[in-house]
Design a protein around this ligand. Structure first.
Ligand code: SF4
Length: 338
């Protein structure tokens, strides 16, 4: 594991307030299938020493190219993947050291709304049943009670409750995403993971769903982990932002710090491009995102960085605080910022 990583503290969460989410030096290593009979199976370090804190009721945005490790962090928060090392605390509790009862309670506290609302909604169930299903599965309500609650949630997300008896295919993409949000809200979550949850929608519908998410947060105080590739949207939604590159956080700060004064050369290129999906400017021999199976030595960004020096290829930089709470992982940040 990288020697240049370590737990980081930020001022994203005021010192007196306990963060709702605290990732401490998280690692996730995957073993890939063996390529050669006589060679060990290759491994990939998808998450490499990631630490952050998220205040209750805030939105933490994660950006980075595909393969940067954002979704793996989300999967750990959803307890779909255990970390290989490190600790993930939610409300002060290590979520990977829970007994069964605590785990059951946790699963209702943390919900997800993903990119494809159609794939997330069972085509064979009516919308009322889809929304009520988590409550019934947890034994908290009967179907009748659950569907009554579903009617209230439909109203909250801006859908007519007479749609309860319809099926997902009878709704538009934006309406289906509203149904997915209502389903997530049915179990009174404290945290919702929004992984590219507006990316597949038309621009006008996207704005409506973002407004709905804002209203829900204001009313219910829910905390969001917001993963997106459109930087304008991440900036609009997020209180704080982390930028990931090849499994590492390379910059973290408030949304205003990261977007108004990006420090790390990678963040600067992302902000200039406006999207984490736009291929960043090819530099030297290595314009493409290097393979995470065999990441570059030293600073992982050195093969694409216009400021790289010999030191960058040899020594991995640490994530360090440059301004109050604004951290970046770069040897030469002072010169670049100046
Ligand atoms: Fe670029 Fe070097 Fe900074 Fe890495 S450490 S971002 S290669 S200047």
């Amino acid at each position: 594991m990288s020697a240049a990583t370590g737990p980081s503290t930020t001022r994203l969460v005021p010192p007196a307030e306990r963060p709702l989410i605290e990732a401490r030096d998280l690692y996730k290593r995957y073993r890939l299938s063996r390529q050669h009979f006589f060679k060990p199976a290759p491994t990939v370090l998808a998450v490499d020493g990631v630490s952050f804190k998220v205040a209750p009721g805030s939105t933490f945005g994660l950006v980075g190219e595909s393969g940067s490790g954002k979704t793996t962090v989300a999967k750990m928060l959803l307890k779909l993947e255990p970390p290989s090392a490190g600790t993930l605390l939610v409300d002060g509790m290590d979520i990977f050291a829970q007994d069964r009862a605590a785990e059951r309670a946790y699963r209702s506290k943390v919900q997800a709304v993903l990119q494809d609302p159609y794939g997330a909604l069972s085509p064979r169930l009516t919308v009322g049943r889809i929304i009520a299903e988590p409550l019934v599965a947890q034994g908290r309500m009967s179907w009748k009670q659950g569907e009554a609650r579903a009617a209230g949630l439909m109203d909250m997300v801006g859908l007519r409750s007479d749609g309860l008896h319809k099926y997902p295919h009878e709704f538009s993409g934006g309406q289906r995403q509203r149904i997915a949000i209502a389903r997530a809200l049915s179990v009174d979550p404290h945290i919702i993971v929004l992984d590219e949850s507006v990316s597949a929608l038309d621009v006008s519908v996207r704005a409506q769903i973002l407004k709905l998410l804002e209203d829900v947060q204001r009313k219910l105080g829910v905390t969001y982990l917001f993963i997106g590739h459109d930087l304008a949207i991440v900036r609009y939604m997020s209180t704080d932002v982390g930028v990931m590159y090849l499994g590492q956080l390379v910059e973290i700060g408030t949304a205003a710090q990261v977007f108004n004064r990006p420090l790390h050369p990678y963040t600067r290129q992302l902000v200039a491009a406006g999207s984490a999906d736009t291929p960043i400017r090819p530099l030297g021999a290595g314009g493409e995102l290097p393979s995470p199976i065999n990441p570059p030595s030293g600073c992982r960004f050195h093969t694409r960085c216009p400021h790289a020096t010999a030191l960058c290829a040899q020594q991995a930089p640490a994530l360090r605080e440059i301004d109050s709470g604004h951290q970046a992982r770069c040897h030469h940040i002072e010169q670049i910022a100046a």
